[in-house]
Design a protein around this ligand. Structure first.
Ligand code: ADP
Ligand code: MG
Length: 659
């Protein structure tokens, strides 16, 4: 029974901030609820109280009218109408001042028309059923909206901060980075941070969707909103309350209205034209036949009224945003963040999925398996040099080298001028000389001879390891082999994606051909390309799209940003804890669980098919009812009831996506 302007209404923003976006406003139901601070219990909403009073008085009036028709019954019905129109009339007046037509204007017009025809019973029923529809639909929308709000309520408002050895309860906004907070058993973690003392399992499901609690020991990262289980933890805070991973998730979800699906835009455009158009149609029905053919005026006035009443279904206008919000909320509960309804729609059409290798198909936590120095350099010296070159790089390969150095108690050599070379490696200056560490492409780009490594390369090439070449000036001084394990779930995910109708799964990697081939076989990929730079990946995706249609790219966000941006839908993995991943990507998997992919694919398809069905069903109901009304084959009250019931079911259908 109401029109929704845009997604802002579903987020509880003040409707007035957006009132010019859209001709139709929705002050009657969504607006009221949105302005209220929080949702009052239903029996305390004045609108509901008036509605109940109107319904009771209408019932009395209808009974009286049946037992003893006359002025007294009409007076009671009149009272019911007055009670019922207080709120709609106020809203209709507001919208009239704004020169917009709303469903309330429609209600007032229809009631006036019914009274002009001396149809008191119909007028009272109209007011009550109309408002009842509005209230029920508000609550349906509210259901979808609160499931998003629940995300916000995950973080505690206060935390036990340890200041000067004493624990004090402080509002989370007043806690700074570097302070220590105490999280007791059963409490929620108040802010992102690292465990400083204590061990415990922590349930991260609200953020990452992982169902099993994760064991945390000193040094491990914890996220605001996750639930501490049995142990007691002392946490060193790493971000302000407005910057936590969860806060970013919520912010992203809220910004999603900027990226609307075509269905959402259709719903809005439809709403903008629809109400005024129906007014015109109804007015023509009321006036044209009597004026042109001299048919009885009251008969056509009645038909016009029925047209007006049966055409005000908000099923169409509401079902789309409700479906989108429900789907986004349901994904968010499982640790998947959609940054807009548009991406649900785009993902539903994807037939090709492209994966990055390191950190996506593999765990991205490689370990050094072999250190091969050339030119009689000691192994530890090679590691000290490599550690120095990699000390500022964020690539997982660099992490492996740093870890190997630490493990063997090797201090990185003093170095300056670090630079990472995306997709190739890194470099630094040590004792005035330039050193590089990187893949074969990097060596070739510097015209450095590979001959010292020949025999080692032959042996290692088949093993599917990543090879890091270390150079000093123009000389190759060593080789470090790094191995990364393929994710356990990778092969099963590829099978599930194929079963879900994906035509082609493919890998793009900057690593060497041998490693790529090895992994492609192990995971069961259809195709792969190796030795790519980040920009090459983007170029390949552009070609894939023009050849095979929509492509989703799954990457870990570290240096896949160009590829994620070039794809139809960019999916960033392991977003919890990584700022870049939340920001890049149209969809973010908070965990790095590949098995979420078949889930979101199916969710997106279900959303789109529910939306299509709802739009079709709503249009069909309106078309049938309006035709019957034009033919004079349906009365006001039955038409009204059918219309309301249909709208309600259509909205319930959208809400199914929450389950
Ligand atoms: P992918 O994620 O597919 O491996 P990247 O673009 O992240 O692709 O990296 C491509 C390749 O470049 C890596 O496989 C690695 O061989 C090399 N590389 C990138 N950064 C570094 C680094 N800091 N140190 C050594 N090698 C690197
Ligand atoms: Mg990568």
């Amino acid at each position: 029974m109401c029109y929704i302007k845009n997604m802002a209404d579903l987020h509880g923003d003040s409707p007035h901030e957006h009132e010019h976006d859209f001709g139709i406003s929705c002050d009657d139901c969504i607006g009221e609820a949105a302005e209220a601070p929080g949702i009052k219990p239903w029996y305390r909403e004045p609108r509901v109280v008036f509605l109940i009073a109107a319904a009771v008085v209408t019932a009395i009036g209808l009974t009286l009218d049946w037992l003893l028709p006359g002025v007294f019954a009409k007076a009671v019905l009149g009272l019911a109408i007055i009670l019922g129109v207080v709120y709609p009339a106020r809203a209709a007046w507001d919208s009239l001042l704004k020169k917009t037509l709303t469903i309330n204007t429609l209600l007032i017009a229809a009631t006036t028309g019914a009274l002009a025809l001396d149809l008191w019973e119909e007028a009272a029923t109209l007011v009550v059923v109309f408002s009842l529809g509005g209230v029920l639909e508000t609550y349906a929308v509210e259901r979808a909206r609160t499931s998003l709000k629940q995300l916000v309520d995950l973080t505690p408002r206060e935390a036990h901060v340890i200041r000067g050895g004493v624990e004090t309860l402080v509002a989370v906004e007043d806690i700074g980075v570097g302070e220590f907070v105490h999280v007791r058993p059963g409490e929620r973690v108040p802010l992102d941070g690292r465990v400083a003392a204590g061990v415990s399992s922590v349930d991260q499901a609200p953020i990452t969707g992982e169902s099993i609690p994760v064991f945390k020991k000193p040094g491990d990262a914890v996220f605001a909103g996750s639930i501490n289980q049995k142990g007691s933890l002392e946490i060193e805070v790493s971000s302000l309350s407005k910057d936590t991973t969860l806060a970013k998730v919520i912010q992203s979800v809220e910004e999603h209205q900027a990226h609307k699906s075509t269905y959402q835009r259709f719903g809005e455009r439809f709403g903008r034209i629809y109400t005024p158009a129906m007014f015109v149609v109804a007015l023509s029905v009321m006036t044209l036949p009597p004026l042109l053919t001299g048919a009885p005026f009251t008969d056509w006035l009645y038909r016009g009224l029925v047209v007006l009443v049966v055409s005000c279904s908000c099923g169409i206008a509401l079902s789309v945003p409700v479906a989108v919000v429900s789907a986004i909320a349901s994904a968010a509960r499982r640790g998947v963040l959609f940054k807009g309804g548009a991406y649900l729609e785009l993902l539903s059409g994807v037939k090709n999925i492209v994966f990055d290798k390191t950190g996506t198909l593999t765990y991205g936590e490689p370990i050094v398996t072999e250190i091969i120095p050339f030119q009689s350099i000691p192994e530890k010296r090679l590691l000290a040099l490599a550690g120095a070159i990699e000390s500022r790089s964020e690539h997982p390969v660099a992490g492996a080298i740093m870890a190997a150095a630490k493990e063997r108690s090797v201090e990185p050599a003093p170095s300056t001028n670090w630079r990472s070379i995306p997709g190739l490696g890194a470099r630094a200056v040590i004792d005035g000389k330039t050193y590089h560490a990187g893949n074969q492409k990097l060596i070739e780009a510097h015209n450095i001879s590979l001959s010292p490594a020949e025999s080692a390369l032959k042996r290692l090439d088949e093993a599917g390891q990543t090879l890091v070449f270390v150079t000093e000036g123009d000389d190759l001084i060593g080789l470090i082999a790094v191995a990364d394990t393929v994710r356990e779930s990778a092969a099963a995910t590829m099978r599930d994606l194929k079963a879900a109708g994906i035509n082609r799964v493919m890998m793009l990697t900057g690593d060497n051909e041998a490693t790529a081939k090895h992994i492609a076989l192990e995971v069961g990929l259809d195709d792969y390309r190796a030795g790519l730079l980040p920009d090459d990946k983007a170029g390949i995706i552009v070609n894939l799209i023009s050849e095979f249609g929509p492509v989703a790219m799954v990457g870990d966000g570290v240096n896949d940003a160009p590829a994620l941006a070039a794809s139809t839908v960019g999916i960033a993995m392991g977003a919890a804890g990584s700022d870049i991943a939340v920001e890049t990507g149209d969809v973010a998997l908070m965990s790095d669980d590949l098995s979420r992919l078949p889930f979101i694919l199916n969710l997106s398809r279900r959303t789109v098919s529910i939306i299509r069905f709802n739009i079709g069903a709503a249009l069909a109901v309106v078309a049938v009812l309006v035709s019957l009304a034009l033919l004079g084959r349906i009365d006001l009250v039955p038409g009204l009831l059918i219309n309301e019931i249909a709208a309600f079911f259509i909205i319930l259908n959208s809400l199914r996506l929450l389950a």
